[in-house]
Design a protein around this ligand. Structure first.
Ligand code: ZN
Length: 671
């Protein structure tokens, strides 16, 4: 595997663009992704412990390495006071890398749970056991995480009809594999995965020394198949209007009979809650019915398998290895499991997110970087405002409300203004299993405690040490974590054209989410409300439909094309973000021209930097999983967003007859 220390200096090049990574034998107008990245693609190998490789993965590796170093220092600090952040972080990490202790304890930490499952003899107790698994582990709108291996997932966020108050959102769950398609798709490839899945479930139950593992596994797989049948497809889950269903407590009983809701909710800590938002009503109804109709025996086996899978990272290594063999190798094509210290660092980083994040930004995110980004954000917002002013299809009243929404947008750069308090979380050195379980429950209680309290708009949904960025529609806010603000996305030492082409387009992308098919349904206060005239919405939807068609036409595999509907929000944000970042770049120049670098004009630097920020190599199973399940199109097609911008045609002399060429009326312009 190529180490980071070798790879990174190659990214932070003197020119700010990877000239050696370009393949000049490819015409930019035929395949811009391969023109910008062809030589890099030919010479780069995906590390054995990764499903994909590119700038995002490289920065994630670097950040894991830096974070692990901070964690090791905390773990070694014997003077850290009981209850201090350093002590908590250090003990958490030290417990996770202490595999000898984890192996010695065996299944003992999970034994009370397994015994309770074995003893389940009636439906009420079953409902309690299912309720005890509920966690705050999904997010329908911000990070858009729709998967939970527990029966349902909980998301506590602003009520979309009443953004001054929090509401509990219930989401479908209960599948071990990533999506219903893995259970139901008739293709030979998916059928093969199902055979491997049955073997995996059998092996996990065998490792736990349960009797008749094959018979139990068959029951688990059949029950999950039925749950998958009840699930709604991912593209439907993405539709906020179909998700915003307010149910009273009584309506859970009447609309979704089967599960003993009183017992389930009491065990989940939601016993007194009277109002819920049920994101996928059809699925919640279907899953609830299965709790009553399917044999208790099948549910017991199901709960045992899920308890083992959920805790695999903190059980004896055989469990983690078996789980990786299926979820890592079979489902994502990754040959090698990540090293212990990387996994431990990531688990600690997720459990104690902002406490670790605070240490991270103190060390790695200087105020000067924050200031330069904030200057770019100001130009992006100005460019976006001008685009709104210049739209010829939009009515004046709709424009006024769009400007109002833009003005109210809260842009967070690097880290949150206020840090979360973890002092209520008990961490015990040597108890990896207990620590992870308590951290999950701490998160759940943090969510439950928000119910009934005023909304805190300064709260972040991503940690500063996460390589990503996010739009929070109901908060009308953006988070740009510090770990994303590094080369090749951002580099204070290079020309601005390149920063605008990379991090500038990311900022533009996130701003645009406020105005994409989903974000544009939220007003300035975060309320889900239509603030558009019918004619304006009609124009917007017609443009969006053309974008759906454009992306439906991309075929990464002969038997699988990109789902233009599933990826629509992200594609709108890509098109609009690129256009706004380009404007902001021109705005930053005032009336001068950007200096050429290595013979490249300012515009060429901008577009090349964009396409290089999306460079990636992805293993085939992981790419298939992405196309089926992910709201983002594969990176290659994201780089090709350029074909919708007139300036790209001029910058590279692209003409009709070339593969990416779109006649001017076919180029999609939304904002
Ligand atoms: Zn996005």
């Amino acid at each position: 595997m190529r180490g980071l220390l070798v790879t990174l200096p190659a990214l932070a090049l003197a020119t700010g663009i990877d000239l050696a990574g370009i393949d000049r034998s490819v015409a930019p107008g035929d395949d811009f992704f391969r023109f910008a990245n062809g030589a890099w693609l030919k010479t780069t190998e995906i590390p054995a412990d990764r499903a994909a490789y590119g700038p995002g993965a490289i920065l994630a590796e670097l950040t894991t390495r830096r974070t692990a170093e901070l964690l090791r220092q905390a773990a070694a600090d014997r003077r850290a006071a009981e209850g201090s952040a350093t002590r908590r972080i250090g003990d958490f990490y030290a417990s996770l890398i202490d595999q000898a202790t984890i192996d010695r304890l065996g299944l003992a930490p999970l034994r009370p749970t397994l015994d309770r499952i074995t003893g389940l003899s009636e439906r009420r107790a079953l409902a309690e056991a299912l309720g005890a698994t509920l966690r705050a582990d999904v997010d329908a709108l911000n990070s858009t995480n729709f998967h939970t291996d527990n029966l349902f997932g909980l998301w506590v966020a602003q009520d979309l009809d009443d953004p001054d108050h929090y509401a509990p959102f219930l989401l479908q769950g209960g599948l071990d594999m990533p999506d219903r398609a893995y259970y139901l798709d008739p293709s030979p490839r998916m059928a093969e995965i199902r055979t491997r899945f049955l073997a995996h479930v059998t092996r996990m139950l065998e490792l736990a020394r349960l009797s008749e593992p094959s018979a139990r596994a068959a029951r688990v797989v059949e029950l999950e198949r039925r749950i998958a049948l009840a699930h709604v497809p991912r593209a439907e889950s993405e539709d906020v209007r179909r998700g915003n269903n307010h149910w009273t407590r009584a309506e859970l009983d009447s609309h979704a009979p089967g599960l003993d809701w009183a017992a389930y909710l009491a065990a989940a800590g939601l016993g007194g809650q009277q109002r819920f938002v049920v994101w996928q009503p059809r699925a919640v109804t279907g899953i609830s019915a299965l709790v009553a109709s399917q044999p208790l025996e099948a549910w017991r086996d199901y709960l045992a398998f899920h308890a083992l899978g959920h805790a695999a990272a903190v059980l004896p290594s055989a469990f983690g290895e078996e789980r990786f063999a299926f979820h890592g190798t079979v489902l994502a094509g990754i040959p090698l499991r990540r090293e212990d210290w990387k996994r431990a660092s990531d688990v600690t980083s997720a459990a104690l997110g902002e406490e670790v994040g605070r240490l991270y930004v103190e060390r790695y995110f200087p105020p000067s970087a924050k200031a330069r980004i904030e200057g770019m954000v100001a130009n992006l917002l100005a460019a976006f405002r001008r685009r709104i002013d210049a739209l010829d299809w939009m009515d004046a009243p709709t424009k006024a409300r769009a400007r109002e929404k833009l003005a109210a947008l809260e842009v967070g750069v690097g880290y949150p203004g206020r840090w979360r308090d973890y002092s209520g979380l008990r961490v015990v050195r040597g108890d990896a299993f207990g620590n992870v379980q308590r951290a999950e429950l701490f998160d759940l209680r943090h969510g439950l405690a928000k119910l009934g309290r005023p909304v805190d708009r300064s709260e972040w949904v991503m940690t500063p040490q996460r390589v990503n960025a996010v739009n929070l529609p109901a908060m009308n806010a953006l988070n740009f974590p510090a770990a994303m603000l590094q080369p090749p996305f951002f580099d204070p030492a290079r020309p601005l054209a390149m920063d605008y082409g990379a991090i500038g387009t990311v900022i533009g992308h996130e701003i645009s989410h406020s105005f994409d098919d989903q974000g544009s349904q939220f007003d300035a206060s975060g309320r889900l409300r239509n603030w558009w005239t019918e004619a304006d919405r009609g124009h917007f939807e017609a443009q969006a439909a053309r974008l759906v068609k454009q992306y439906d036409g991309y075929r990464p595999f002969p038997d699988l094309h990109v789902n233009g509907t599933l990826t629509l929000s992200e594609n709108i944000a890509d098109v609009a973000g690129l256009a706004a970042a380009y404007d902001a770049f021109r705005l930053s120049l005032a009336s001068s021209e950007a200096p050429t670098v290595a013979g490249l004009s300012g515009d060429q630097q901008f577009f090349l930097s964009f396409a290089q920020s999306w460079r990636a190599k992805v293993r085939e199973p992981a790419l298939r999983q992405q196309v089926i399940q992910d709201g983002h199109a594969p990176n290659e097609y994201r780089a090709d967003t350029v074909r919708n911008l007139d300036a790209w045609y001029a910058a590279f002399g692209v003409s009709s007859g070339q593969a990416l060429y779109l006649a001017p009326p076919e180029r999609v312009r939304i904002w």
